[in-house]
Design a protein. Structure first.
Length: 94
């Protein structure tokens, strides 16, 4: 019985962990959709949600930089794009 409960618990933790991992990617996908639709506020919220899950996501950092540029916040855009480049977005930014 104890082994059965341990297996069920391990399966539950695995399912919850993978669901949480998908959250950042799903938030980024929603952010990109909002960005292309011109809904910059919604895009910014979803981008920040994605970054909560994966603070070093180069894709999310690049999008955040683009959002800051679109809203006239050059300093924040530069910081986000530098972070993106430092986290592997060099091909995108060169």
């Amino acid at each position: 019985m104890k082994a059965c409960c341990s297996l069920l618990f391990a399966a539950f933790v695995s399912v919850v962990s993978s669901a949480m991992a998908d959250t950042g990617q799903e938030a980024l996908e929603r952010a990109i959709k909002h960005y292309h639709e011109g809904a910059l506020r919604s895009a910014a919220i979803e981008t920040k949600n994605a970054l909560k899950e994966n603070p070093k996501s180069p894709d999310a950092l690049v999008l955040l930089g683009k959002l800051y540029l679109a809203t006239g916040n050059g300093e924040a855009a530069e910081a986000a794009l530098v972070d993106a480049r430092e986290n592997g977005a060099a091909e995108i930014l060169t």
